[in-house]
Design a protein around this ligand. Structure first.
Ligand code: HEM
Length: 171
């Protein structure tokens, strides 16, 4: 019996999304002298999210009020800097056609918005008594935020280093 030719061997597969106008336009528009504001601002919420968890662990261990106060400040500033990072990222996804066209950018948006909701909840919960808030719900929320910020940051890195989103093509 004659062997059947492998289907699609000579076929040109066409990705309709890749044919959209502006698909190749992926350079950051929300930038200062070509340096993307989103990439610059994400370090703050990432670091502060880890700080809240650290402060909660130290409060649990020592019982010192200082760590509960450090926790509420880190949670509040982490949330506010996270919102700033979120606004620059949202402007980027809406304004840059090549970023807007890629599903991976929208995946990052969904993970990041979930993170922002958790950061807000973690701060809001502490506003009604920052010391009593830590155990158990404060520290549980902080742990969840650490997991979510790790996903968000790792995925954001993929957008830049794998998909080359936000980067200039060079000369
Ligand atoms: C809420 C809406 C958000 C959108 C739409 C968004 C979108 C983007 C986009 C398009 C990039 C590619 C680089 C660029 O074009 O600037 C990126 C990178 C990144 N994002 Fe977001 N982002 C959001 C929120 C966040 C948040 C809240 C965090 C972390 C707290 C975060 C962490 C990152 C990281 C770490 C990178 C890689 C930066 C680099 O390595 O240079 N993003 N994001």
């Amino acid at each position: 019996m004659a062997e059947e030719p492998i289907k699609g061997e000579d076929e040109q597969l066409i990705d309709p999304i890749a044919n959209r106008p502006g698909y190749e336009e992926t350079e950051s528009q929300i930038a200062i002298l070509g340096h993307p504001i989103h990439a610059m601002s994400v370090s703050f919420p990432v670091a502060l999210t880890f700080c809240v968890f650290g402060a909660d662990l130290l409060y649990w261990w020592t019982g010192e009020t200082f760590w509960a106060r450090a926790g509420i400040w880190a949670a509040g500033t982490g949330f506010l800097f996270g919102m700033l990072a979120g606004f620059s990222g949202t402007a980027e996804i809406l304004l840059v056609s090549g970023i807007r066209a890629r599903a991976a950018a929208w995946t990052h948006f969904i993970i990041a918005v979930t993170l922002l909701a958790l950061l807000g909840a973690n701060w809001g919960h502490r506003l009604y008594g920052y010391e009593t808030a830590v155990l158990p719900y404060g520290i549980l929320l902080s742990g969840l935020c650490v997991i979510m910020v790790s996903f968000t940051g790792w995925h954001g890195g993929k957008l830049v280093f794998d998909y080359r989103l936000g980067t200039s093509k060079g000369n």
